[in-house]
Design a protein around this ligand. Sequence first.
Ligand SMILES: Cc1cc2nc3c(=O)[nH]c(=O)nc-3n(C[C@H](O)[C@H](O)[C@H](O)COP(=O)(O)OP(=O)(O)OC[C@H]3O[C@@H](n4cnc5c(N)ncnc54)[C@H](O)[C@@H]3O)c2cc1C
Ligand code: FES
Ligand code: FES
Length: 508
Amino acid sequence: MGRQPAPPPTVSPDHTVRFLLDGEEVQCSGFAPTTTLLTWLRESRGRCGTKEGCAEGDCGACTVVVAEAVEGRIAWRSVNACIQLLATLHGKALYTVESLREPDGTLHPAQQAMIDCHASQCGFCTPGFVMSLFALYRNQSRADNDAVTDALSGNLCRCTGYRPIVDAAQRMYALPAPAEDADRRARETALYARLQALEGEADLVLAHAQGRYLAPRTLASFANCYADNPDATVLAGGTDIGLWITKHFRPLPLLLHLGRVRELAAIRQHDGALEIGAAVRLEDAFRALVAHYPDAAGLHRRFASLPIRNAGTLCGNIANGSPIGDSMPALIALGAEVVLHRAGQQRRLALEDLYLGYQQKALAAGEFVEAVRIPLPRAAGDVHFRAWKVSRRHDQDISAVFAGFALQYEDGRITRVRLAYGGMAATPRRAYATEAALLGRPFDAAALADARRALQQDFTPLSDVRASAEYRMRVAQNLLTRLQLETSGGARAASSLADLGDGGHASI
Ligand SMILES: Cc1cc2nc3c(=O)[nH]c(=O)nc-3n(C[C@H](O)[C@H](O)[C@H](O)COP(=O)(O)OP(=O)(O)OC[C@H]3O[C@@H](n4cnc5c(N)ncnc54)[C@H](O)[C@@H]3O)c2cc1C
Ligand code: FES
Ligand code: FES
């Protein structure tokens, strides 16, 4: 594909970040582009209800809610203010714990329910919990236990215990709705129009002594900007980059944000594949994936927490390319490709070929991940897909091992097999020797034994704080056993899982 010439600049760039705070327009300029939303709230606005606990997206004390105009509706997203950059708020509406009380002092049901259920002791975590509940309340008119625990997956409480907090989540729906909910539809329609007007069509350009920030509006503008400034740091959701700022104090002289590029925000289905654009948040991407591959539900649920998934992107996970990143083994197993883009030139690459070595990717200067393409099954049940995360904690933990497996059988024999692991090497990688040990055979005890042996040729894992090399290998082999039990006759699976030791237990 040839270079698409950038359209003539019809709109001159904007130099001011504009967003709504409690419905009032806020204009910000002259700040360092690495300023976090939490710093701005506490230090510039005196909104100290939003707390700082960890400053790395792990504890939820800083949870706020951001409303965005998305394809004709308002999306309400809980996010971690500690790693969300202020500049990314452009065109959005922000709500903090101070926003919730009505003018006459009546508390929001999310707040009142926390009181009624005695769901707070020291109170440090409470504003974060309230904001996660507020987002849940806005998004759903009722919530079952799974929805509640998922909504609270990014919030830690050290003293109260979670039972009363979960009770509060149910109780809030039984309380009288806030007065403003009476004409909610009309309010959201009006909010949508205001947000679109604030967003505007211009590229956003911020300059400060500590660095510059560019947030183009079109794909052509973004691509040309990156080709012209290949040393820029591409900023997507910032859930990795946020920590470079808050924990590593890394200077970032030029941030190039892709979150405003309309063309990158789409999830499309064509040519037998699901194509997920670089600006699509993890939460939306996983929902789309699970609709086609229900067995991706565990990957969805156990990837970080809801606020991280509401901010981070799937392509950011892929581009960051961590050896312990969770999505890549699953996507490699499914045969995903990345669509790479440099100044109007596109090319496609099998995802496994993107990773050349530890922190080394097959990306040219100025080239970025435009989208990921995931082949869809031709018929339901066509592909046996499994994605298993093994970590010490169920929620919000880094994988010791992640396995993504995809198998197809014909007449009882394995006709297609792709097995990929994270946490076992310097990059997410396919287990080629293990695949070869299985291909063309029935998945019987002999094939399993050969596959378990072959895995030792594929990987020499390392020991680190999360797991020893021996543990990693044993778990990785045990996941093959689990795969065999679940896909080659299945009935014995549940009872036999108890025999799997750590691999069977920790990944469930
Ligand atoms: C509390 C917490 C929990 C987490 N839990 C998990 C977890 O369970 N599993 C897991 O795998 N990860 C986890 N992460 C890591 C992180 O959330 C993911 O890697 C996320 O997908 C990154 O996406 P992002 O959009 O936020 O990327 P960013 O932080 O914006 O960028 C990450 C890197 O990718 C580059 N980049 C981003 N998009 C592109 C693109 N389109 N083209 C080229 N380069 C690009 C950036 O320049 C940067 O180098 C966690 C992070 C936190 C803070
Ligand atoms: S301060 Fe802990 S998640 Fe933000
Ligand atoms: S009430 Fe103290 S940390 Fe939750």
